[in-house]
Design a binder for this molecule. Structure first.
Ligand code: GLA
Length: 381
């Protein structure tokens, strides 16, 4: 079966829990995904990141879960997650050791893929630390992709090599369904901005069956993490999390939640479960947005993105990446609208408000780090 026609949606343990993971936490995360409504909103993967295994392989050369953290083993955990109607993700690495110094899959790719398939794994995040120098990265991603594609189970291959070694040139051809082409996110506005702005020029490579993963969401973390490099000074504001989520949605990124979904505020739930924004991300065609060129005669303006949707509507995103209030405008002719005779009926997806019909131009003024997300219908005047 073809996997990842749309960006995968789920939760990953790393951002909040880092090394502090165990079986109960993962089960509670699965429970929370169902009870909070996240599953109904479309989220399906529960992914265990690094630090789940013993420090060494077992006597048969297989990866083995740490029995203190996962006493019931991975098969039982997978069964639990599947019983909730969810999918199960795990983590390994191209190199001899993972980034947190657990055994990596180098030289064991096929046996590891077989093990993951036996356990009932549906998703594998594959990192890039400790790669032996004598083998090139693309070869190792191709190898694990082949192992997964022939292991007898549908396993989504989530490559994570941070854009090193010209990822975009070879990642789709290797068979991965998602790829990271930027650095690790932290719970800070600066990090959200750096990732979004650095990836905008690269978005035309991303498409169904091979999406650019802008990294796991920090929405709702508010500075809480077991990993001090991820938690930065209290995290972000709710406004910043909204902008972060909107950017990731518009840019067709996988949306892997990184906060503690057992304890979400109402604001966090409202962001992660905004059906209209999720629908922009889960669009049938997942078209790359058009990043509008500069029309206003000002050096700094809000970033504007237009994305054609399958039913003839357009998604419009306006993003203020600056530290002050900022204005900008969208010229409809830039989207393709004829100069006369047509207009756009605009609906605000965060405010859930009809804004009426506009002709020629739409002007916005946004607070620092704020955004506006609209759905536009083309109307004949
Ligand atoms: C790398 C990845 C992160 C996370 C850690 C785990 O830094 O990019 O997303 O998986 O490794 O050690």
């Amino acid at each position: 079966m073809a996997i990842a026609a749309k960006p995968p949606l789920g939760w990953n343990s790393w951002n909040t829990f880092s090394h502090a993971i165990d079986e109960n936490l993962i089960k509670e995360a699965a429970d929370a995904m169902v009870e909070s409504g996240l599953k109904d909103a479309g989220y399906e993967y529960i992914v265990i990141d690094d630090c789940w295994s013993l420090r060494q392989r077992d006597e048969n050369g297989r990866l083995a879960p740490d029995p203190e953290k996962f006493p019931g083993g991975m098969k039982a955990l997978a069964d639990y997650i599947h019983s909730k109607g969810l999918k199960f993700g795990m983590y390994s690495c191209v190199g001899t050791r993972t980034c947190a110094d657990y055994p990596g899959s180098f030289g064991h790719e096929f046996i590891d893929a077989e093990t993951f398939a036996e356990w009932g794994v549906d998703y594998l995040k594959y990192d890039y630390c400790n790669k032996p120098k004598h083998v090139d990265g693309p070869t190792l991603y191709r190898r694990m992709a082949m192992a997964l594609r022939t292991c007898g189970r549908d396993i989504l291959f989530a490559a994570c090599n941070w854009g090193h070694d010209n990822t975009l040139d070879w990642i789709r051809a290797c068979g991965a369904q998602t790829y990271r082409s930027g650095s690790d996110i932290t719970d800070s506005w600066q990090s959200i901005k750096d990732i979004a702005v650095s990836q905008m020029p690269l978005e035309h490579y991303a498409a169904p069956y091979c999406f650019n993963d802008l990294d796991m969401l920090v929405v709702g973390m508010y500075g809480k993490s077991h990993n001090s490099t991820i938690a930065v000074n209290g995290g972000c504001t709710t406004e910043e999390y909204k902008t972060h989520f909107s950017l990731w949605a518009m840019m067709n990124s996988p949306l892997m939640i990184g906060c503690d979904i057992r304890n979400m505020t109402d604001e966090t739930k409202a962001i992660l479960m905004n059906r209209d924004i999720l629908a922009i991300n889960q669009e049938a065609e997942c078209r790359t947005p058009y990043f509008s060129k500069e029309w206003d005669d000002v050096p700094e303006t809000v970033i504007r993105m237009f994305k054609p949707l399958q039913n003839g509507d357009y998604a419009l995103g306006f993003f203020n990446m600056y530290d002050d209030t900022c204005s900008g405008s969208a010229q409809f002719v830039d989207m393709g609208l004829p100069e006369t005779g047509y207009g756009l009926q605009l609906f605000d997806l965060w405010e859930q408000k009809d804004l009426g019909v506009f002709t020629d131009i739409y002007r916005v003024t946004l607070p620092a780090h704020g955004c506006q997300m609209l759905r536009a219908k083309i109307v004949k005047l």
